[in-house]
Design a protein around this ligand. Structure first.
Ligand code: ADP
Length: 202
């Protein structure tokens, strides 16, 4: 046990490792980071994926704007500073889950390379799987699942990604999903096939 300033003690030497937990629940933990425009299909795919993994006996945690912004991050707004802090906390939560052997599935627009790279850095690049749901803006806008594009076009919402705020396409994502000509099940199967070898306990 090492002593640190401010009477903070660290027990890292005695802590169980990620590998110990993974052995117990028989899976390899990764953080699946799904990025894409609003309405691209992140949440739809994540939910089907989570159920599919559950049916195969895998333990997961889905993280999205709803369960993070309402709780842990309910004191954060949408300034540049708050957006950075939002992602920092989300990434730190991911790190804890992954350390515990749990597979995380993240659904955040995360529109810039900087945001995604900061998440990758915090979680650890070896555990980070970047998934780009590449759905054209016109299709996302025609779906307008939450009516947000309409509001953004009317000027009721400012800085809306794709309308008056940029989305930087990921340069080298592990998986690219093109939902335009696929059913949600087909898109999810494509993702599942990529990630399953990474989580399978051998
Ligand atoms: P996001 O989480 O990215 O904001 P949602 O998952 O909430 O997007 O909404 C995506 C919408 O697109 C849903 O209404 C879904 O049924 C529809 N959709 C059509 N085809 C697909 C597909 N191949 N994958 C995912 N969603 C699709």
């Amino acid at each position: 046990m090492k002593e640190r300033p401010g009477n903070i003690f660290t027990f890292h030497d005695e802590m169980l490792l990620k590998e110990d937990k993974e052995k117990m629940i028989k899976q390899r933990a990764i953080a699946i980071w799904i990025t894409g425009l609003s309405g691209s299909g992140k949440t739809t795919i994540a939910k089907i994926l989570e159920r599919k993994l559950y049916e195969k006996g895998h333990l997961t945690q889905l993280l999205d704007g709803d369960n993070v912004r309402d709780g842990l991050n309910n004191n954060l707004g949408f300034t540049a500073e708050d957006r950075a802090e939002n992602i920092r906390r989300i990434a730190e939560v991911n790190k804890l889950f992954v350390q515990c052997g749990v597979i995380t599935i993240n659904c955040f627009v995360s529109p810039t390379t900087e945001i995604r790279e900061s998440a990758r850095r915090i979680i650890g690049p070896e555990h980070f799987v970047e998934v780009f749901v590449d759905t054209p803006l016109e299709i996302c806008e025609s779906r307008d699942v939450k009516g947000l594009y309409k509001k953004a076009r009317n000027g009721e919402i400012k800085n809306f990604t794709g309308i008056d705020a940029p989305f930087e396409r990921p340069k080298n994502p592990t998986v690219i999903i093109k939902t335009a000509d696929q059913t949600p099940e087909e898109s999810t199967d494509q993702l599942f096939d990529h990630i399953y070898p990474k989580i399978k306990y051998a």
